[in-house]
Write a protein that binds this ligand. Structure first.
Ligand SMILES: [Zn+2]
Length: 59
């Protein structure tokens, strides 16, 4: 089992440009049933992740 720890005193670092992630850029992706978001570094625009929420009812 792996514990999940909330660390509000640590700043995430972009794995691509090593800039601290103080602002996260995202764009909306429209799919047939629902929408997803692609998240990327505001400094270098490299993609950090994509949301995998499914379904239009979940926003
Ligand atoms: Zn970056």
């Amino acid at each position: 089992m792996i514990q999940l720890i909330e660390k509000n005193d640590a700043t995430p670092i972009c794995p691509h440009c090593s800039a601290p992630i103080t602002a996260l850029a995202f764009r909306e992706l429209r799919a047939f049933l629902g929408r997803r978001y692609i998240y990327f570094c505001a400094q270098c625009n490299k993609v950090l992740g994509i949301s995998h929420r499914k379904g239009f009812w979940m926003g």
